[in-house]
Design a protein around this ligand. Structure first.
Ligand code: ADP
Ligand code: MG
Length: 456
């Protein structure tokens, strides 16, 4: 099936051809005709499957007819992060180049003046993060009564970021007789509820099991003691043949530290994390896109959905806390039919998180190489425990390295959400056991927390 079979206008077919796309992706095939018919839609597909064009293309044709009025945008797209909002606007520019549509971007971290000016002239498409939109709404700068088309993109991420109440409020301000599209990689219960409440008899398209990792991604897990993680990362970056890599860490501070330390080791590296200005993030991301830097160290929120073509490697410096973040992270590679490699560094303390990820993706991640010699020397039982000021436990006197000193960048784990810890802590395993391997079949704990998280 080609794009021409989907009912899009000739102008759009031209801009799609200019983008170099041969065929629509499965989600695009399923979504586009139904959106063009004016139906509500729930689109479930993993990251990197082309959901953006799945709504941007039909929207351009829908909005082509009709005029915008001052302060009353005709359509609204909600995105969880500024970067994603920016990318969607770039998509409008790319595909809409033969259609004169006006657009405004409402995102935090940039001057509001120009955004307000654009709005006052009237826009066909408003792309916003919920926070900034609510802000402007409060100032009376915007009315949504003429907004006949709403897109809630990356809905599961909106949930993670606590945006669901905002979205509910925003939905209430839109006219009832509108078209609503909701896209998500996964459908946890609160998102299902949201869809039931605000969509009208939607068509549901699901192109792959939710949260199934892309088959074009080769996944590996490297078991390593916590204090050897940086060495392991450098080792990988030196020995893997990579074109470019995104390195994920769980915390902003780790992102910063890693970027600095990799730079010192001579790598062309940049960073993107939540504490940076919007303009700095964009600049950094551009350098990565242009190959001026080959390594981008990133945190989850900052990197969500970043669309870089042909990232060859994703490296998880930390195992993500939420199993679906794993899917999102590794989804940066293996995009649009290309092959990618995802390498995850895991310490013994990550055993349970790894277990949950494997449960979610439905298979074991291949362990790369042998456990290192270092692992033998430091059975790293203490990793699961708070480190600050702790003395090595008496039991550990078998270890050759007696002075088990606290790590400089302690990985002490304040969980972002208090997770129901699976009842049992792992029994001490002083023997040289690969980090996760041996406790494999024991985990029988609660469901991954994101499946049961509530919107309230
Ligand atoms: P998602 O929102 O599902 O995570 P995106 O919309 O960001 O995915 O698209 C992922 C990548 O696939 C982008 O680089 C995009 O340009 C590319 N892409 C989208 N549609 C097609 C297509 N039909 N053929 C080839 N590449 C495509
Ligand atoms: Mg997307």
């Amino acid at each position: 099936m080609s794009f021409a079979d989907l009912g899009l206008s000739d102008e759009l077919l031209r801009s799609v051809a200019d983008s170099g796309y041969g065929e629509p992706t499965p989600i695009q095939r399923a979504a586009i005709p139904s959106v063009l018919m004016g139906k509500d839609l729930v689109g479930i597909a993993q990251t990197g499957t082309g959901k953006t064009a799945g709504f941007v293309l039909p929207m351009i044709d829908i909005l082509h007819h009709g005029r915008s009025r001052a302060r009353m945008p005709r359509s609204l797209i909600l995105e969880p992060t500024r970067e994603l909002a920016q990318q969607v606007s770039e998509n409008f520019e790319k595909y809409g180049k033969y259609h004169p549509l006006s657009m405004a971007l409402l995102i935090g971290g940039v001057q509001m003046g120009d955004q307000i000016k654009a709005l006052e002239k009237g826009v066909d498409v408003l792309i916003a993060t919920p926070g900034r939109l609510m802000d402007l709404f409060g100032r009376g700068k915007i009315m949504l009564t003429d907004c006949k088309l709403l897109v809630i993109d990356e809905a599961d991420r909106m949930l993670d970021m606590g945006f669901i109440p905002d979205i509910e409020e925003i939905c209430g301000k839109l006219p009832k007789d509108r078209q609503t599209l909701l896209f998500s990689a996964t459908m946890p219960p609160p998102i299902q509820k949201l869809a039931q409440k605000f969509l009208n008899d939607p068509k549901t398209v699901e192109v792959a099991r939710p949260a199934t990792a892309n088959i074009n991604i080769e996944q590996r897990l490297v078991e390593v003691p916590a204090d050897k993680k940086k060495d392991a990362l450098r080792d990988i970056l030196r020995h893997e043949e990579f074109k470019n890599a995104i390195v994920f860490a769980n915390r902003k501070t780790t992102v910063r530290e890693l970027a600095t330390s990799l730079k010192r080791s001579g790598f062309a590296v940049g960073q993107i994390q939540g504490d940076m200005d919007q303009s700095d993030r964009i600049a950094e991301f551009d350098r990565f896109k242009k190959d001026e830097i080959t390594i981008l160290v990133a945190s989850d929120v900052a990197a969500r959905g970043l669309d870089v073509k042909g990232v060859s490697h994703v490296i998880n410096f930390d195992v993500p806390w939420q199993p679906d973040d794993y899917i999102h992270r590794i989804g940066r590679t293996g995009r649009a039919g290309m092959k990618g490699i995802a390498i995850t560094l895991a310490t013994r303390a990550d055993a349970e998180a790894v277990e949950r990820i494997e449960k979610l993706i439905g298979h074991k991640i291949a362990r790369a190489g042998e456990p290192t010699k270092a692992l033998k020397e430091a059975p790293s039982k203490s990793e699961a425990q708070p480190k600050r000021g702790r003395r090595a436990e008496p039991k550990r006197k078998l270890e050759p390295k007696a002075e088990a000193k606290p790590e400089p960048n302690a990985e002490a784990k304040p969980e972002p959400k208090p997770e129901p810890k699976s009842a049992k802590q792992q029994p001490p395993r002083p023997e040289r056991s690969p980090v996760v391997e041996d406790i494999k079949n024991e985990w029988n704990g609660p469901m991954p927390s994101f499946l049961s998280v509530s919107a309230g």
